[in-house]
Design a binder for this molecule. Sequence first.
Ligand SMILES: [Zn+2]
Length: 508
Amino acid sequence: MSQSEKFYITTPIYYVNDRPHIGHLYTTIAADVLARFQRLRRVDVFFLTGTDENSQKNVEAAAKHGYKNIQEYLDVMAATWQSTFSDLQMSNNAFIRTTEKRHRVAVEKFWALVKDRGDIYLGEYEGMYCTGCEGFKLEGDLVDGLCPLHKKAPDKIKEKNYFFRLSAYRDRLLEHIDNHPEFIQPITRRNEVRSYIEKFMEDVSISRDVSSLRCGIPVPGDDSQVIYVWFDALINYLTGVGFGSDEATFVRYWPADVHLVGKDIIKFHCALWPAMLMSAGLSLPKQIFAHGFFTIDGEKMSKSLGNVIDPLEVVKKYGQDPLRFFLLKEITFGEDGDFSLKRLQDRYQGDLGNELGNLVHRTLSMTEKYQAGQVLKGKNTNEQNLLKDEWSRYEQAVLKLDFGGALEIIWEMLRWSNKYIDEKKPWVIAKEQPDLIPEILFNLLERLRHVAWLLKPFMPETSAKMFEQLGIADHEAQKTYEQAQIWGGFPENATIVKGEPLFPRLEE
Ligand SMILES: [Zn+2]
């Protein structure tokens, strides 16, 4: 990989009407893994996340919490989100808030481009609007007159609005989707979006009367209207890399390589957003990847059921790496799944404690016992060329966002090593043919070195601890991603530093 390759990844920006829950963290962790993986390959990464602050939902939440000044509430909540992400060591390069001045500047610039193209016109909107979705609704979207997601009747609206000529982009968009199979992923989502665009993509209202909204960015040149929150929110992906404020950064990173989104907002991202960009004369993101939702013990996560999981609580008990591992291994990325603290506990003890933690512990104990903690190279080690296939399958899996698949490859390696110990019985060999021990131990230690590398994006703390305990933290820090993959790279005469178990047994 050349130094100049870049990778721009985004999460959705989050509403600040509540604290982050585990679902928000899921998307952000996935983005973090990709960002860390690309950095490992020395790619120049820009990872953006942030908060969507021009939403009526936030206004309602501010009132509910007794704030008279909405901006004050937004500041408090945005700080909560930022500190949660930094406590969980998310490696985002920037955090965008849509109430920032630079964002307003970007939105105004974007609006002007679309207007100059002749794609904004004044019309009369008569219809329904769900504040929960921040979206306009058609009869066909409702179930028994209610928004199926929010179980509330949408507001009836009749007012003068600005419209965006979305329908003008239908054919170009379909053509783009057909010519770029990677554009919308997974493929099931692509089919869903494609048929939506074909059947339903009509011009959309992109502003609201100022009297009906108490927040948002005013329409340039018409203070009686504010810009529709989605039209403003999507532009954050441009603002975040300097659109309207830092041209050089913008040119460097746009278009985004991946927008990670939840499946509920895919239409905004795959229909409205690319059409907006086409109208403004900007390139389209290379990929929009929609992940699924998960239930909690089979139930929808909701406040009324009291099953909302605070990621910080989980991390306090298990640590952040077990949570990262669990979310990405247990739930196939791109599909729906289920989260259960019981299964997290099982995987903590099994996959992490027994298969990984014990393997490290056993290997280091034997190195202490048979070689006084010194690493010796056995015969033939440099002539082999092992694990090439594992690295390449791992890389393919991560690039496809098949995080579970990538972790499975690592766990295959761990299971191989555990079996190798059970079969070789080093404690017997140490008595009968002690000259074979260095090679056996080297095979195990060298595999752990590879595992520590492969775990870096997924479990950064664990990976760092493994390098420390293997006694090669400084040595490996000098290596490139390509050098790390060469079999036999464990330095001879390194001294291991056996430490605490990686995943200690927890009290019930
Ligand atoms: Zn709704």
